[in-house]
Ligand binder design. Structure first.
Ligand SMILES: [Zn+2]
Length: 331
């Protein structure tokens, strides 16, 4: 079906814990339509699959494209995933188990579908159309509630036989450090995620060391978002600046492990925290990297910021679907 000349459009889909986004692309990854919905994972797998299909249909309609003009669909999804079967095995933030994403989409739209890890999709999107375009090897990191990472090597997304790879957030950096959500101690994610930063920031606010943050957000972790941290720093909360800078330095140390292993020419930083405080992150991550990499690697990589923002995941998923259809990479 992929060689039908009418079929020249692609859908990239970014499935998140709270929001999902669908983008319709042409063959050159130009955007024709884009829309989002709340994910509402708590409604269950069946309802979730229907919402995904509905959102894709709505964006196709907006773009004026019929299902039979669609060449393929790519989805970036939180994991763990079975990449070969295109099944979401178990996602704590959606509450879904054994969600047959690929099959559902292929049945609903009559075209091939590919499912990849959400962070891999973001890194791949930046590699194909954003801040890491042209790299031979890119190591990407997206600090958020957790810390996700991905690596594209010589055009290929690094992945396992069935599982996704490059769990950079779970590099153990601090023996006997804080407990991580994965059950181990001292992972990068436990030290430097937005959750870890917000927890330290809330403690600083509680102690009276961060009056501006206290005024805007109080000490409730859930209220302390990236933008608020940025504003508190701008308004003079030095304790918050120090907390964010330390976390960013640790992120650099984690990235240094990946640089020593992969010798990337591009190291890519993205995600909401980085977008809110790009200069601080760039400076401190760079310092952490310089401290941690072996001497021959110093100056051999470009530290770059992601460019696609919220579109990165959907763009990468669509690009991945294109590659899967051409070279059967993702099957
Ligand atoms: Zn961990």
């Amino acid at each position: 079906m992929a060689d039908d000349t009418k079929r020249k459009y692609w859908v990239g889909f970014d499935l998140g814990g709270t929001k999902m986004m669908s983008i319709v692309f042409d063959n050159d990854l130009h955007i024709l339509a884009r829309d989002r919905k709340k994910t509402k994972g708590h409604e269950g797998v069946q309802a979730g699959m229907s919402r995904i299909c509905d959102l894709i249909r709505e964006t196709l309609q907006q773009a004026g494209i019929k299902s039979d003009e669609l060449q393929g669909i790519g989805v970036g999804s939180p994991g763990p995933l079975d990449l070969n079967r295109g099944v979401i095995l178990d996602t704590p933030n959606l509450g879904w188990k054994e969600a047959p994403l690929r099959k559902t989409l292929e049945n609903a739209f009559g075209c091939p579908a590919a499912v990849i890890n959400d962070v891999d999709a973001g890194v791949y999107g930046e590699y194909r159309a954003g801040g890491a375009k042209g790299a031979r090897c890119v190591v990407g990191i997206f600090p958020g509630t957790g810390i996700g990472g991905g690596c594209v090597y010589d055009g290929q997304l690094i992945r396992g036989k069935t599982l996704s790879a490059f769990e950079i957030g779970h590099i153990p950096l601090m023996p006997d450090g804080p407990l991580c959500g994965c059950g181990n101690r001292g992972c990068l994610e436990a030290i430097a995620s937005r959750l870890a930063i917000s927890a330290a920031a809330a403690a600083a606010a509680y102690r009276g060391d961060a009056p501006h943050l206290m005024e805007e957000a109080g000490t409730d972790l859930r209220e302390i978002r990236s933008g608020m941290l940025a504003r508190a720093i701008e308004e003079g909360d030095d304790a918050i600046k120090r907390i964010v800078a330390d976390a960013a330095r640790w992120i650099g140390r984690g990235l240094a492990c990946a640089v020593n292993l992969m010798a990337p020419d591009v190291v890519l930083l993205g995600g909401g925290l980085v977008e809110a405080m790009p200069k601080l992150f760039e400076k401190e991550v760079s310092r952490g990297l310089e401290d941690g990499v072996m001497a021959p690697f110093r100056g051999q990589y470009d530290l770059r910021l992601a460019k696609l923002g919220d579109d990165a995941g959907a763009t990468g998923a669509a690009a991945w679907a294109q590659d899967s259809c051409k070279g059967e990479k993702g099957k």
